[in-house]
Design a protein around this ligand. Structure first.
Ligand code: NAP
Length: 487
């Protein structure tokens, strides 16, 4: 039953992707029904709405990449495809009555903390005044376009991987893909057989962790339906694997890390038959330094007769295709820019003004930061899910968001109980944690010498550098001394 003071707290959730839907479900469960979810697009789904490229999938097993409170016995595969994942999130939102709280097509452009409450304005001119803001605005959201000479001169079809143009035919076309991240690898594997020719422009080779992706049989799915413990068992075993993985990557000298490297090396040695191609695919840095690519079929795809791995650097784009520095013109009909995302955008470009006019853009002028990725000093009652420096990369961001939401709810409980009116991390707590984080980051695999989106402007990994188990413990209960709690 809602407490007597429940009606006094109003919430705004910004973003109706995985984390926004989670927030809405959990607020409702807590009896906190006075909230609006602001979604700039016309549909739910966040990253799973934006990304529709062929081969889209999640390399976290589906039974883990879902809410713990909405297990899904019907996942088709160990790693289910993107449209299935999107349908899952939409289904949860519908089932849990989230939709009636969502304002679609309303982008929050500003949030200002005035007289103890947050004043929101959307691009549609809507104003709202709330007690608590939950920014569920995603991590890898704003596409990064490459800085390549002549980019606009290409006369074929060209689009970013997160803006796939389904009106463009790739069947029988000469297709180029720039980039070798997880996205590009999935696109290459899914499209090579449809194209006349597929050219993959590789600036940096990637280590590839081998995987298999079996479909769940009707019997297995029926078993999952009948006995939830079977799903829990799958989740537990995958979570254990991920814990080993996290123990490995945060300690570059660990035996777990050695195992990861061996898997990747064996995959390269055993899967690529042509010695010259193998060498061009061999990275010159350690596995998992960049975000590890997990693939069942990339090496197979790049060895197709109509596939070409282009390792000569790109000189420029021209009307007919991509010119590489060796002078060759790679003629193309379609060019896919799988060049990643602006990783430090977080809640931006929204203008957020905290206590005494503090401007989040200014506070984050050097780089984004937050206490435990959740709270920024002087931005009271403004909490982020999957905010800066969190456990990203090869983990289930669903699990991360659930743990963070549980933590935020403990902060909210104090507001709800009337024990305090404003809660934000202290500057001291944030700075101390940041010093420790930067120190710990030096031992991680991400610091062993490679270019990656994990690294901030100083070359320091902008991620959680401790075991995932430590993150779970940290999220279990707030350390109140780290918070500026005002009544
Ligand atoms: P990404 O990992 O940032 O990769 C971008 C690629 O574009 C890199 O290979 C980069 O080369 C290349 N690139 C960028 N600018 C270039 C330029 N000017 N010229 C040539 N190459 C250029 O992006 P992403 O593949 O979209 O993946 C981003 C993240 O999304 C992943 O790391 C992952 O966290 C997530 N993701 C997850 C899944 C999943 O299955 N869970 C699937 C897709 C994406 P360099 O390496 O040389 O910088």
């Amino acid at each position: 039953m809602p407490s007597a003071s429940t009606g006094d707290l109003r919430f705004a959730v910004i973003g109706a992707g995985m984390a926004g839907i989670l927030s809405a479900v959990k607020l409702k469960e807590a009896g906190l029904n006075d909230f609006t979810v602001y979604e700039k697009a016309g549909r739910l789904g966040g990253t799973w709405r934006e990304n529709t490229y062929p081969g889209l999938s999640c390399d976290v097993p589906s039974h883990l990449y879902c809410y713990s409170f909405a297990l899904n016995p019907d996942w088709s595969h160990l790693y289910s495809p993107g449209d299935e994942i999107e349908a899952y999130f939409e289904g949860v939102a519908e089932d849990r009555g989230v939709l009636r709280h969502v304002r679609f097509g309303d982008e929050v452009v500003s949030c200002a903390f005035i007289d103890g409450r947050w004043h929101l304005t959307t691009d549609q001119g809507v104003h709202d005044v709330v007690d608590v803001v939950i920014a569920a605005t995603g991590v890898l959201h704003h596409p990064k376009y490459p800085d390549i000479k002549g980019l606009d001169s290409f006369e074929g079809a060209m689009f970013h991987s997160a803006r796939w143009d389904h009106d463009v035919a790739i069947d029988g076309a000469r297709v180029g893909v720039i980039g070798t991240g997880s996205t590009a690898m999935q696109i290459v594997a899914a499209t090579v057989d449809r194209t006349e020719k597929l050219s993959l422009f590789q600036r940096t080779a990637q280590w590839v962790m081998p995987a298999v992706n079996p479909a769940y049989t009707p019997e297995e799915r029926s078993g999952f339906r009948q006995d939830r413990r079977l799903i829990e068992a799958v989740r537990d075993s995958v979570a254990q694997l991920f814990d080993h993985f996290s123990d490995g990557i945060i300690n570059a000298g660990s035996p777990e890390m050695e195992m990861i490297e061996t898997f990747c090396l064996d995959n390269l040695e055993n899967s690529v038959t042509d010695a010259e191609l193998r060498e061009r695919l061999r990275p010159d840095y350690r596995a998992a330094c960049k975000r590890l690519v997990v693939s069942t079929n990339f090496y197979e795809a790049i060895q197709r007769p109509n596939a070409e791995l282009v390792t000569d650097p790109i000189e420029a784009l021209e009307p007919g295709g991509v010119r590489t520095v060796d002078g060759r013109l790679h003629e193309l009909d379609v060019l896919v820019l799988a060049t990643g995302f602006k990783v430090d955008a977080f809640v931006r470009p929204m203008a957020v003004t905290g206590r005494h006019g503090a401007d989040l853009g200014q506070v984050w002028a050097d780089r984004p930061g937050a206490y435990l990725s959740i709270s920024v000093p002087d931005f009271p009652n403004f909490f982020m899910l999957n905010g800066p420096n969190g456990p990203v990369g090869n983990f289930s961001l669903v699990e991360v968001a659930e743990l963070q939401f549980g933590y935020i709810m403990q902060l909210v409980e104090r507001l709800r109980a009337g024990e305090s009116r404003e809660i934000s991390a202290t500057q001291d707590a944030m700075e101390r944690l940041e010093v420790a984080r930067v120190e710990a980051a030096k031992n991680t695999i991400w610091s062993t010498g490679c270019r990656s989106w994990y690294l901030d402007d100083r070359g320091i990994p902008a991620v959680w550098p401790w075991p995932f188990s430590q993150f779970r413990r940290e999220m279990a209960a707030p350390k109140w001394e780290a918070f500026d709690v005002r009544t």
